[in-house]
Each structure stands twice: as structure tokens, then as C-alpha cells.
Design a protein around this ligand. Structure first.
Ligand SMILES: [Zn+2]
Length: 314
């Protein structure tokens, strides 16, 4: 299996959001990618400029960041051609890696615009920004430039061309490959799981996750047994809830469970809206300490008190 580490540059409506095309608020103008084999060796590169069709002039913010302008973009090829070449170049057996979550969203949004999106369900990929953040807690979810500097990687080319950023991201990925990388994949959720059978139940080394199918009604969500169940992230046994699901805010719920063998665990359910407009959930279960349990209990009591006061006022 190969790793495809890619980066995109995109433009937006230069006249402001009120004039944008809502089907494609961000138009891709460059695709850059690096292919690594399963030993994390760089084996190939892909780089192509896209001739814009929707927004022919650059937005000011984009212009300031890029190292090229419209004249250069006019030498590119249309998106559908470039994207078809790119997908062909990726091959049959690969997994994507990107810096953050944005590139996979924009790639699919642009593919949708040209009715060429072949992805229809969540798929595994590596969010290299979040993997880096886990090992370099002091830097957190930082910019690619900071990560490259922190790892003492040589900076020879400018940032903010797709191919250069893809190269830097690939180098960061190579460095991180010495860690437990196999376990650190994420799921792209541009499309939610289509039905119950395709829902995702993933058990990682340090947490477990469940991604639900889509729902039309908010009220149905917390009634679903797979969503409201609490299983140990490690032994997968159903465990007792020490604190039942309660809402932190309208789109997230928290609960605490206890496994006789693997201790206290926190469950977090986030309600998200998919690209099709349906509601789906991502549940994560992670181990926590006894004092974190107390913090959650305190938070729950505070929220209850707040709601009680609110009700009194009405
Ligand atoms: Zn357990």
C-alpha cells in the first residue's frame, strides 16, 4: 500500500462571499502530492496547476499568500482533467495523508461540482497535523511551517505552493512514521455511513470511535442503541455508566463509564451535519483519571444549576 500525501491551493470569490457560487465556494487551483511506499520512502511526485473556471481573479488574501498569479494559472489545465490524472496517479491501493482536514473536504467539494466524486462513504486517512499535535503537545494543532522547524527539517523551498507543502508534509510524515502510525488513522466524514451495516466501529490503541449513519431528526439520535451504548475502548465489553449521557451544548454529549479491568473512561458524542445535510454522530471513548471524573461531575452540576436558573427567569 502507498501513502499519498497531498496538498491543495484554492481560491475564493474575489468580490466577497455574497457573489460566490455556493456549490463551490473554494476553487482548487493547484494539486501537489508525494507518493510514499509502505516503507515510507518517497517514490513519486504529482504536481499540476488548475486553470480556474469559476473565479478567474485571485482573492486578495490568496494573492498575498501565493507565489504566483492569474497569468501563471492560465497555463494550467481544467480541474476535471487534472483531478482525473491525479486519481489515476494515486493507483488502486493507497491511503491519503494531509495537513489538517480541509484538503479532503475541498477536493471532494470540487469533485462534486464536476459530478466526478467517486467517494461515497467515510474512508481512512492520516491527519498528519493532528498526529503531530499529539506528540508535540506544546505546539498543538500548528501550521506546517512550525512543525517543519520543530523537527529541524531543511527549509529550502518556499511554503504555499501545493507541491512544496506536500513535500514538507511528507517529510513530517516520514519522521512520525517511527511512532505507532498504523493506529493513528482518522476517518474522512464528508459522506456519512449510508446505513447501519456501514457504520464504523474502530478500536485504536488509546481510544475507540463509532461513526453513525445519518438521521433526519435530532430527536432520534440519542435513542439509537449503538450511539448511546458505552463499551470499554480496550476490551469492547459493555460497561456500566457512572455518569449518564448529558449534553454539554446542543451538539455534544458526555458520559463516564467504568471497566473493572481498564478503569474510568470518558465518552463524547458529537453531532455533525454531513454534506448531504443529514445529522450523524462521532463518538469517542478515551481513558481518564479519577480526578477527571470528578471534574466532569462538577461540570454537570454547574450546567444543571444554570438551566434551573434559566427556567426560573422564564
Ligand atoms: Zn475493559
Amino acid at each position: 500500500m502507498n501513502y499519498i500525501i497531498f496538498d491543495l491551493e484554492w481560491n475564493q470569490c474575489p468580490r466577497g462571499p455574497e457573489f460566490e457560487n455556493p456549490r463551490i465556494p473554494f476553487e482548487i487551483i493547484e494539486i501537489g502530492a508525494v507518493k510514499l511506499n509502505d516503507s515510507f520512502e518517497i517514490v513519486d511526485e504529482f504536481s499540476s496547476i488548475v486553470k480556474p473556471r469559476i473565479y478567474k481573479y485571485l482573492h486578495n488574501h490568496v494573492r498575498q499568500m501565493l507565489n504566483y498569479d492569474e497569468t501563471y494559472l492560465r497555463t494550467g489545465r481544467p480541474f476535471d482533467m487534472v483531478c482525473r490524472d491525479f486519481m489515476k496517479w494515486c493507483g488502486a491501493d493507497y491511503v491519503f495523508g494531509t495537513w489538517g482536514t480541509g484538503d479532503l473536504v475541498q477536493l471532494q467539494k470540487n469533485m462534486d461540482y464536476y459530478y466526478m466524486n467517486k467517494f461515497s462513504e467515510p474512508f481512512k486517512y492520516y491527519n498528519i497535523q493532528s498526529i503531530f499535535a499529539e506528540y508535540y503537545e506544546d505546539l498543538g494543532s500548528c501550521k506546517l511551517e512550525k512543525a517543519v522547524a520543530a523537527l529541524n527539517l531543511p527549509i529550502e523551498e518556499e511554503f504555499h505552493t501545493a507541491i512544496n507543502d506536500a513535500r514538507y508534509t511528507a517529510l513530517v510524515f516520514q519522521k512520525l512514521s517511527k511512532k505507532h502510525l498504523n493506529d493513528q488513522y482518522s476517518y474522512d466524514c464528508y459522506h456519512e455511513p449510508k446505513d447501519k451495516e456501514s457504520e464504523i466501529h474502530a478500536f485504536h490503541r488509546t481510544y475507540s470511535e463509532h461513526i453513525s449513519r445519518g438521521f433526519e431528526q435530532r430527536a432520534e439520535i440519542m435513542e439509537d442503541k449503538d450511539i448511546n451504548s458505552f463499551r470499554c475502548y480496550k476490551c469492547k465489553r459493555k460497561i456500566s455508566k457512572k455518569i449518564k449521557w448529558f449534553s454539554y451544548n446542543p451538539s455534544s454529549f458526555v458520559s463516564v463509564g467504568h471497566c473493572w479491568y481498564h478503569g474510568y473512561q470518558k465518552g463524547v458524542i458529537k453531532i455533525k451535519t454531513s454534506n448531504s445535510g443529514k445529522l450523524f454522530t462521532i463518538k469517542k471513548i478515551t481513558p481518564i483519571t479519577k480526578s477527571e471524573v470528578e471534574d466532569i461531575r462538577t461540570r454537570q452540576a454547574e450546567l444543571r444549576e444554570k438551566r434551573r436558573e434559566k427556567r426560573k427567569k422564564h
